[in-house]
Design a protein around this ligand. Structure first.
Ligand code: PLP
Length: 398
């Protein structure tokens, strides 16, 4: 009767590892119990319970983004969907855009702007360096863009744009709308959306927030929303139309069926950020990341980016010449049940320090797995020295 027959499949138990892997890569990251529980619930996407959840998600997000703007929306989709939403709503065909390109993800914003019909001027930043405000301002003065895009932390090569506040404020002074990718940094390090004059902040759930992948957050400033209201034509992406999203997130009207389980998970993730407070959360991330970095260097293994431009949220570790990065990751995964990330063509592996990854017990297990796998594959490293340095750095007085 049926032309396509039912395929033979394995159960998840047969596919999944017998012991869960410790997710220490560039995301997704481990999630707390409360987030996992919230993600197991399904509620009506319209009505008073969802309205309360949405109201609280917005209020907590205002704290996390440090903005008074009410235009904060949860989005069904990955971090890239919020990137697309920012571009699709703030850029119209023919507009000029300056994109600060530090690597793979910041260049994605340039590509999306081109696909929206914009004229794009890229400011290419040397690998493993932060962007220079003077170079960006020079491009703005010459090209006169409507929109400037840049990333806070470029996950692909583990670089931090330390000068983000200066660049954003200078761009705003020149009348530009500023889009910032905070996918890997939100809630791991300071971001002051209003104070730094940022007009759209995009982020995913699966990184600093320690929520699930697939439900993301975006914040638009009041200035950005006024510009959206004055568009000549609506954005082509109906699902990502910010005014329609505002109908649901601001007025409880149907747009599309919201991912209620994922929004509940996000609610719990944000609630945990609020109860920890941003101040303590930033301090925890800083301590854990710098201690892990010190441990790795004490193994005798260099880090990819110099300290002044180094991202703390994702650490780039140079793979010793004697070994292969893919074999290293496979060994860590099979022998130690620790998962880290590969790279985008660079001679590095990447270890995340976002949300639940920044816990002391995870650091010891990860550093041991890294060092011992390097040794097993033939590299000469000093494992006791590395472990000792991690212990010392974690117990040092701030
Ligand atoms: C800085 C940055 N921007 C954007 C993205 C894209 O996010 P997603 O994979 O959720 O679409 C990532 C993902 O790693 C990222 O690290």
């Amino acid at each position: 009767m049926h032309t396509v027959s039912c395929p033979p499949v394995q159960t998840l138990d047969q596919i999944l590892p017998d012991e869960p892997l410790l997710m220490m890569g560039a995301g997704p990251v481990p999630i707390p119990q409360q987030v996992a529980y919230a993600n197991s619930l399904v509620i009506n996407h319209l009505g008073p319970v969802m309205a309360k959840v949405v109201e609280q998600v917005r209020a907590m997000s205002q704290y996390v983004f440090q903005t008074r703007s009410p235009y904060i929306f949860g989005v069904s989709g990955p971090g890239s969907a919020t990137m697309e939403m920012a571009i699709a709503n703030l850029v119209e065909a023919g507009d000029r855009v300056v994109s600060v390109c530090n690597g793979y993800f910041s260049s994605r914003m340039a590509e999306m702007a081109r696909r929206s019909g914009a004229q794009v001027r890229e400011v290419a930043v040397e690998d493993a360096q932060g962007a220079d405000p003077d170079a960006v301002v020079a491009a703005i003065e010459q090209f006169k863009p409507k929109v400037v895009t840049l990333v806070q932390g470029e996950t692909s090569n583990t670089t931090w744009n330390r000068e983000l506040p200066a660049i954003s404020m200078a761009a705003a002074d020149h009348g530009c709308l500023v889009i910032v990718d905070a996918v890997c940094t939100l809630s791991t390090m300071p971001l002051q959306m209003d104070e730094w004059c940022v007009d759209a902040v995009i982020t995913g759930g699966q990184k600093g927030l320690s929520s699930i992948p697939g439900v993301s957050l975006i914040a638009f400033s009041e200035k950005a929303f006024a510009a959206i209201r004055q568009r000549k034509s609506p954005p082509v992406h109906w699902c990502l139309d910010a005014q329609l999203a505002n109908g649901f997130w601001g007025e409880g009207k149907y747009h599309y069926t919201a991912p209620t389980s994922g929004v509940l998970a996000l609610h719990e993730a944000l609630r945990l950020v609020c109860s920890e407070t941003l101040e303590h959360r930033f301090a925890r991330h800083l301590l854990c990341s710098t201690a892990l970095q010190a441990g790795i260097e004490a193994l005798g293994v260099p880090l990819y980016v110099r300290r002044e431009s180094r991202l703390n949220s994702v650490i780039g570790v140079v793979v010793p010449d004697a070994i292969d990065g893919t074999a290293l990751r496979a060994h860590m995964s099979h022998a130690h049940r620790v998962e880290i990330s590969g790279s985008f063509g660079l001679p590095i592996v990447r270890i995340g320090q976002m949300g639940e990854q920044s816990r002391e017990h995870h650091l010891f297990r990860t550093l041991h797995a890294l060092g011992s796998s390097m040794q097993a594959l033939g590299a000469t490293i000093d494992l006791p020295q590395g472990m000792g340095q991690l212990e010392k750095a974690l117990s040092a007085d701030p």
